[in-house]
Structure formats: structure tokens, C-alpha cells
Design a protein around this ligand. Structure first.
Ligand SMILES: [Zn+2]
Ligand SMILES: [Zn+2]
Ligand SMILES: [Zn+2]
Length: 410
């Protein structure tokens, strides 16, 4: 049942490990909170998400200011306050009136609860997408042209800051400028870097291509397109991922550990030093090493969100880097926001996005306001796929084929 306009809604922002939690109440009439999504290179690399999304925190701020949340000086006027245990970025602390006192706090919308507001109402509406020129390809904004308020209202997209730059036209970037769907993946070495460069690695996509060229489907990992050899770009609705990156929608891609390395020249010549760990167990041991820790791991830290899951992040700027679980011995999820692909934020020269498919862990958002948000985003991604004349991704085609044959209920 829908709430009355004067009724209050309790909203809570919390981090993944629950060390930090902030609660306030807002009148129903003040919802949805108006948020702004920033797609700039710095936002992507300091979270691992394809954008940051924040809304002015509608409650008292003293408790936040005095909290022991860690601080990363993002810019002179903006600091990120994050949990150093689990890496959740919780607030942008703003110093717009000078360096002495914060002038306000923007809460990362992914840290907010999944309240059921009734009647399909949303807690957050993303009214602006800013700094799209940094993405080169429009980034995730192409799937988020609506505000997410559920009524079809269009978000404004800006090349730079809101109101102080040009608005992005609907047909930017032109579809003809984007990589075609059926073109083979490019043999590229893609940097994987956080904002502060404390984590600085390389994804050898070219090596991956060489490894699987001409191999039968059965020998190619589940996350690699058997035809183009692009790796899957997935949409993820998982509650823990949302909390750990601080955004509502999470985008992962996947990699075999043997296709990762340190950049050459970071600490002596590569050939004199051990390779990047080849299994998730070795990576865990190397990152947790108390003695003689390899300095090339830099600020890479981990939080075990359950006994068999390791979430890797930068301890300085809070960027999420990898998701690893013991079940997957030799592969990892990489946060797409950290990739420096030459073609743009969506990295379509090496990734194939799972457009229009059911996001992973879709069940996590059922029963709350994000349920509708994910329905909208999937619908927009599917419309955009059709507009571009892209075929369905192989994973989706395989699942739909299996469903037709009655092999799976999913
Ligand atoms: Zn935490
Ligand atoms: Zn930004
Ligand atoms: Zn960092």
C-alpha cells in the first residue's frame, strides 16, 4: 500500500561489513532523493563502478563528520569517506565554502537500503549524468537515459559539469563510431588501475586471444564469447557488490589470473620477479603476507565477505578491484570501472555486454524500490541493443536455448 505524503520514511546508509550505519527520516513527499551520476575517469577509477551516484544526505551530518570513516582526498573540494575494513565508499564530503568546514555530504546511493515504498515508488531518481566526455562512448549512461523515477522522466546528460557544460544529444556518440558486435576482440594489453595508482596491473587480453584461438567451445571459459573472444560484461544486482562499490548497478568482467601481470618496470625487471599469482588461493596468500610482501601489490587489500569470498580493493582510494571465490580456482571478476580501454568506459573493443539479459543476483532486489530500477535498466539496455542492431549475447542465447529445450527453469 502506498504511503501518505506526510508519512516519514526511515532511510539508512551502511557499509558492507556493518561497521558504519547512518539513519535518518524523510517525509514521503521529499522522495525520491535527487541524485547525480558522475561518469568521470576519476570516479570510475576510485570505485571500480562505471559511475558514482550520490544524493544530498537528508539527515544530520555531525555524526558523519565525527565518524572514524577513512578519508581519500579526491579533489581539493571533495573527499571520499569510506570504510577501511570493507572499502564501501559512503559519502562525498564537500568543501565548497572553504577547507575548514564541510559544506555538505552526498551519500553514495548504493549504500542506501532497498526500502519498499509501495506503489512502485523509488527512493532515488538520477536526474543528471555528468562528465560524459570522459567516457568517450557514453559509458553506462546509454542504459540510464531515464531518471529511474519509474515514470519515464528523462535524465539530463552533460559533457562536463551540470549547467556549466553542453548537454549531450541523444545520438551521441554516433552508433557508427562504436565497435561492431561481430568484430573480433582486439589484441590489447589493458591497464587495470585505481585512481591513486596504488593498484596498477595489466590485463593481457591479447594473450587470452592467443590461448583460445581455434579451440573448441568446451575448452573456452564460460565468460568468453566463442566467436569474437570478447569477455562478458555483466550487470549485477547483488546486495554485497552494491554495498562494496557504493553504486546501485554493478558491472563486472572476468579474467583468468594467468592473463594478469604487474606492469613492467614497477619494481625491477619483470623476468627477475615472480609472476602474478596464478590461482585465487595464491593471490589471497600473497596479498595477506605479513613478511616480505611483494611491493608490486601496492595498496591492494582484501575483505572476506564470507568464508569463501575475497573482495579486493585499494586501501587508499577505496576502489573495488576484484571479486574472487574459492570455487573459481583460476579466474576472478574485475570491476569494469578500472579498465583503461582505448575505445571508452564500456571497453567494447574487448567486452561483450549482456544487454537485455536478467542481471546476476536479480533476486536480491525483489521486494524493494530497486526492483523497478532494474526492470527499467534491463528494458533500456535491450532497447539500446536493438537500436544498435546488436545480436543477443551468446550467454543469453545459450540460456534461452536451454530454456526452450526445458533443460533449465531459470
Ligand atoms: Zn565496512
Ligand atoms: Zn566524477
Ligand atoms: Zn587506489
Amino acid at each position: 500500500m502506498a504511503l501518505e505524503a506526510n508519512e516519514c520514511v526511515e532511510i539508512t546508509a551502511r557499509c558492507l561489513c556493518r561497521a558504519y550505519s547512518f539513519t535518518t527520516t524523510v517525509p514521503q513527499s521529499d522522495l525520491p532523493l535527487k541524485a547525480s551520476a558522475c561518469h568521470c575517469t576519476s570516479c570510475r577509477h576510485s570505485t571500480g563502478a562505471l559511475y558514482t551516484c550520490d544524493a544530498p544526505w537528508p539527515g544530520p551530518t555531525n555524526e558523519i563528520r565525527r565518524s572514524s570513516l577513512s578519508r581519500y582526498v579526491f579533489t581539493q573540494r571533495t573527499h571520499i569517506r569510506f570504510c577501511s575494513t570493507c572499502s564501501t565508499p559512503m559519502f562525498f564530503e564537500e568543501y565548497y565554502a572553504g577547507p575548514e568546514e564541510p559544506s555538505g555530504y552526498g551519500v553514495f546511493t548504493g549504500t542506501l537500503g532497498n526500502n519498499d515504498l509501495g506503489g512502485g515508488k523509488r527512493l532515488v531518481s538520477t536526474v543528471d549524468h555528468i562528465f560524459l566526455s570522459d567516457t568517450l562512448d557514453g559509458g553506462a549512461s546509454v542504459w540510464m537515459r531515464e531518471t529511474g523515477s519509474g515514470d519515464g522522466t528523462r535524465a539530463k546528460r552533460w559533457f562536463g559539469p551540470r549547467d556549466k557544460s553542453e548537454e549531450v544529444p541523444d545520438d551521441w556518440p554516433p552508433i557508427s563510431s562504436l565497435p561492431a558486435a561481430d568484430v573480433k576482440s582486439e589484441a590489447a594489453d589493458i591497464p587495470v588501475r585505481c585512481r591513486c595508482r596504488g593498484v596498477d596491473l595489466v590485463f593481457h587480453h591479447g594473450q587470452m586471444l592467443a590461448d583460445f584461438e581455434g579451440k573448441p567451445r568446451t575448452e573456452i571459459p564460460r565468460f568468453i564469447d566463442p566467436v569474437t573472444h570478447k569477455t562478458l560484461g555483466s550487470f549485477d544486482a547483488c546486495n554485497s557488490c552494491r554495498l562494496s562499490l557504493g553504486t546501485d548497478v554493478i558491472y563486472w568482467t572476468f579474467v583468468l589470473l594467468r592473463h594478469l601481470s604487474f606492469p613492467e618496470g614497477t619494481a625491477g625487471r619483470q623476468e627477475d620477479l615472480p609472476l602474478f599469482p596464478q590461482t585465487s588461493a595464491d593471490l589471497k596468500a600473497a596479498v595477506l603476507a605479513q613478511e616480505n610482501r611483494d611491493p608490486r601489490f601496492g595498496t591492494l587489500s582484501l575483505y572476506a565477505s564470507s568464508s569463501d569470498v575475497q573482495r579486493y580493493f585499494c586501501s587508499r582510494c577505496s576502489a573495488t578491484v576484484f571479486y574472487a571465490c574459492d570455487e573459481h580456482v583460476d579466474d576472478l571478476d574485475i570491476a569494469v570501472g578500472l579498465l583503461d580501454a582505448p575505445d571508452g568506459a564500456r571497453a567494447e573493443s574487448i567486452l561483450k555486454w549482456s544487454l537485455g539479459a536478467t542481471p546476476s543476483w536479480r533476486q536480491d532486489v525483489v521486494g524493494g524500490w530497486r526492483d523497478g530500477l532494474f526492470t527499467d535498466i534491463v528494458k533500456e539496455a535491450e532497447a539500446w541493443r536493438i537500436e544498435r542492431g546488436y545480436p543477443k549475447g551468446w550467454r543469453r542465447a545459450e540460456l534461452e536455448e536451454a530454456k526452450k529445450k526445458g533443460e533449465t527453469k531459470d
